[in-house]
Design a protein around this ligand. Structure first.
Ligand code: NAD
Length: 333
């Protein structure tokens, strides 16, 4: 298949592109290579993909309407895997407009492109952050009690709503994936796993928010990739002939899934795993809860399992070891 991947220089985009290229698909990847974190890491991910003749990269901003129109006018895509976004909860407090451009205008441009050529399946990234701070655990897409508490989370929830409207109006089969704290090789320097590893290897203190009273459903990158690759072949059908008869019913070809490990890990247990793997003792710099952050996340994985017969499998101990091994080799420390 000819597959468009947005955000291909990003953590998840790179991993998904590599897997789909290995499976023999033709990949067109776009990214604006912004400097939210180390551009050199994004470039290194692209260099890693350069070995695949079936992967092509174009530097492009999602929010550039003309460029996005030209992209979709230029060739036909059998799948659109939309992973580009301005990520990060904390950064959204100081840089709200970036989120509006990349995550709202950018998402609209992707939807318009999908409409323009009636893409057979749009798969896009949402986030566990849409659930907010008081959702029942484990978090289920069926509960619909989302109360985002950061602008980042609000843009991700908006993406789901915008997509539903396009799925309903134009019949574009669409699947949103709520990812839960992804970590692993080629990971993001703004996230805990990366920051903690960098600090512990440098003998510096680890910033521990909410005085350590946080838990996350840490999900290993390969598990995310497996979920994305499987779900792109499960095309939601919808039922346009039927009238919705209940408030929670949709007749659009629209689906939402969590992709998370399915077991929350206390932040301090995560730190202990890192200590064991590195053989170092962490100095912890305990800090208050950050505004916009949620105290815990926990994915219900049943819907994903029902759809694709798969649930994430890599546990924290193994995942941390694989990350640290990559980190040491990549940064030569
Ligand atoms: P990332 O920041 O590594 O990747 C996103 C990529 O998109 C980056 O390379 C960035 O340069 C690119 N990008 C941003 N704005 C753009 C724009 N306007 N035009 C073109 N490219 C742009 O993040 P990631 O961790 O790979 O996340 C991928 C997706 O998954 C994002 O939508 C993110 O919100 C979502 N997500 C990630 C996590 C996680 O734990 N990593 C959790 C939940 C949701």
């Amino acid at each position: 298949m000819n597959i468009l991947i947005t955000g291909m220089a990003g953590f998840i985009g790179h991993a998904v592109a590599k897997r789909l290229a290995t499976d023999g698909h033709t990949i067109v990847g776009i990214d604006n290579l912004n400097d939210y974190y180390e551009v050199a890491l994004k470039q290194a991910r692209l260099d890693d993909l350069a070995a695949y003749p079936n992967v092509r990269f174009e530097r492009m901003d999602l929010a550039d309407q003309a460029a996005m129109q030209a992209l979709f006018a230029g060739e036909r895509f059998e799948r659109v895997i939309h992973l580009a976004a301005q990520a990060g909860v904390r950064y959204s407090l100081d840089n709200p407009h970036v989120y509006a451009q990349s995550n709202l205008v950018g998402h609209l441009n992707v939807l318009e492109g999908c409409r323009q050529q009636q893409v057979p399946h749009l798969v896009y990234a949402s986030s566990s952050s849409v659930y907010g701070q008081n959702a029942h655990v484990p978090f289920s897409t069926a509960d619909a009690v989302d109360h985002p508490i950061s602008l980042y989370a609000a843009t991700k929830k908006s993406n789901e709503l915008m997509t539903h409207s396009y799925a309903h109006l134009y019949g574009i089969p669409s699947t949103g994936l709520r990812f839960f704290t992804v970590y692993g090789p080629w990971g993001r320097p703004d996230m805990a796993m990366f920051k903690f590893t960098r600090a512990i290897l440098a003998g510096e203190p680890l910033p521990i928010f909410n005085h350590g009273d946080l838990s996350r459903d840490f999900t290993y990158i390969d598990d995310i990739v497996e979920g994305v690759v499987r779900i792109q072949d499960v095309i939601p059908q919808g039922d346009p002939q039927r009238q919705a008869t209940a408030p929670d019913q949709s007749t659009a070809p629209f689906a939402l899934y969590n992709i998370g490990h399915g077991s929350p890990v206390a932040l301090m247990d995560f730190v202990r795993a890192l200590e064991r793997v590195t053989g170092r003792t962490a100095q912890c710099n305990y800090q208050p809860m950050q505004p916009g952050d949620v105290p815990r996340t926990w994915a219900d994985t049943e819907a994903l399992f029902d759809a694709v017969g798969y649930r994430p499998a890599v546990g924290v101990e193994e995942g941390v070891a694989r990350f640290v091994e990559w980190y040491r080799a990549f940064y030569q420390v």
